[in-house]
Design a protein around this ligand. Structure first.
Ligand code: GUN
Ligand code: ZN
Length: 445
């Protein structure tokens, strides 16, 4: 028999979507729960006592009052923007031209791409994120570097070559033809290798000619099991520019649909300013939207209507949008989603926020059969939260009246110090977390 690992603690368990069903019906925390792991996968989830008795030889780690969650899933990020996160004072198009494109230029050097990939994946792991769906740069080597680094770490990631053939500086443009050829070769090299998946990635309509969008649509039609990711309706000025660039289009979404880039496996970042027609079309096609709350406030984009879109049954994921977003932390991202919900009149519950950061994001990436839930058969990608990780959080946690009140301060105030441990594919990640585990967590409510 192969070696089994038993983790005991509080377990975050979901059986449905708390954005469309009452959260109390589909999410619970078992304060004396357990997760049994074998061969990199979850074999069982249940009560600590019962699983301990049934599996006495399993190697046991007791996390006490800490919360065992599915690893966080960041459904939209730009790993090449790691080093220019928190760049001051610009809105979207100026921000791209002033900060983003010059930084992405550096990725012409494959060594820089390798170094940034490694640093980025180590940073997000330290923040409890075990899967990311990332953009790269226009350079094919930026894709190779990222997938190689993820492969080495055993991570399930999605990425694709960022395609852009206009409205970008020299050295940062491809063509319709080269975007098709390079994307096709990268897709063949990486899609389905170990835990890696390829996403066809036209950056957004302003930087792709109609010919390039059509080439991406053709590639997607040839590879329908791939995701297609891009940006949609982030800022009013951007939307006005899209209307000028595509005079025939009914709206922003139509610039994608007209070129074969709308479907169930499409994943659109932002979607802050949607028309009624766009919402109808999204709901009809089953495409997913990704909420990027720290980015939408940081770049000044606006407040996504999360509750309204969820009510339309549009699949929703949650994301940092690093480095347009201002944090690598999905905890900080959940806090920003809560704040935006408040500004729009809907207080998202801790159960909904944690669901969006795990199962919701996983489902939006069509990876819900592998990651995002504590359930038998799922990959053992886990993030263990210390619910009293700083003095400020600990004193609030001590006052909590129930388990959800014990969790919410960590969502609102937590950062990488709350990440007690991370498991990827059934293996505890080295070595930055070693100190945290010997440091006792807070008291149960
Ligand atoms: N739209 C097109 N490219 C980008 C990007 O890199 N970040 C954000 N936030 N929006 C974009
Ligand atoms: Zn983005």
């Amino acid at each position: 028999m192969s070696m089994q690992t038993l983790l005991t603690g509080a377990t975050f368990e979901t059986t449905g979507n708390p954005m469309t069903a009452p959260w109390q019906d589909v999410v619970r925390i078992n304060t004396s729960g357990a997760v049994l792991i074998e061969n990199g996968r979850i074999l069982a989830v249940g009560d600590a006592e019962a699983l301990r008795a049934a599996h006495p030889t399993a190697e046991h780690t007791d996390y006490g009052n800490r919360l065992i969650c599915p690893g966080f899933v960041d459904a939209h990020a730009h790993y090449p923007q790691t080093a220019m996160i928190a760049s001051w004072g610009k809105q979207l198009i100026d921000w791209l031209n002033s900060y983003t494109f010059p930084e992405e230029m550096r990725f012409a050097d494959p060594d820089f791409a390798r170094e940034t990939s490694a640093r980025y994946l180590d940073l997000i792991t330290a923040h409890g994120t075990t899967t990311v769906c990332s953009y790269t740069t226009v350079h094919p080597a930026s894709v190779d570097a990222f997938f190689e680094a993820a492969l080495q770490r055993g991570m399930a990631v999605v990425a694709g070559k960022t395609c852009m053939d206009r409205n970008a500086p020299d050295g940062l443009r491809d063509t319709a033809r080269s975007a098709y050829d390079d994307s096709s070769a990268l897709l063949a090299r990486w899609h389905g290798k170990d835990r890696l998946r390829y996403a066809i990635t036209p950056r957004f309509s302003p930087t792709s000619s109609p010919e390039q969008l059509a080439a991406m649509g053709a590639l997607w039609a040839e590879n329908p099991d791939c995701l297609m990711q891009t940006h949609l309706s982030e800022q009013p000025g951007e939307i006005a520019w899209v209307a000028e660039l595509f005079p025939q289009a009914r709206d922003y979404l139509d610039t994608y649909e007209a070129h074969g880039l709308l479907g169930r496996r499409a994943v659109f970042g932002h979607a802050v300013h949607l028309t009624a027609r766009e919402k109808d079309r999204l709901a009809e096609t089953g495409a997913a939207l990704v909420h990027c709350p720290t980015s939408n406030t940081f770049i000044g984009s606006g407040l996504m209507d999360v509750a309204g879109l969820a009510a339309r049954r549009i699949p929703l994921g949650l994301a940092t949008d690093t480095g347009g977003g201002s944090s690598f932390s999905m905890l900080r991202t959940m806090a920003a989603a809560y704040e935006i919900g408040q500004l729009r009149g809907t207080a998202l519950h801790a159960a909904q926020l944690l669901w969006l950061a795990t199962a919701g994001s996983a489902d939006s990436l069509h990876m819900g059969d592998e990651i995002g839930r504590l359930a038998p058969g799922m990959a053992a990608d886990l993030t263990i939260l210390d619910l009293a990780s700083t003095p400020a959080i600990a004193q609030r946690h001590a006052r909590a009246g129930d388990i959800w009140e014990a969790v919410f301060p960590t969502i609102m105030m937590g950062d990488d110090r709350a990440i007690a441990d991370v498991w990827i594919g059934g293996r505890r990640t080295p070595p930055w977390q070693a100190a945290a585990i010997s440091n006792p967590g807070g008291q149960a409510p």
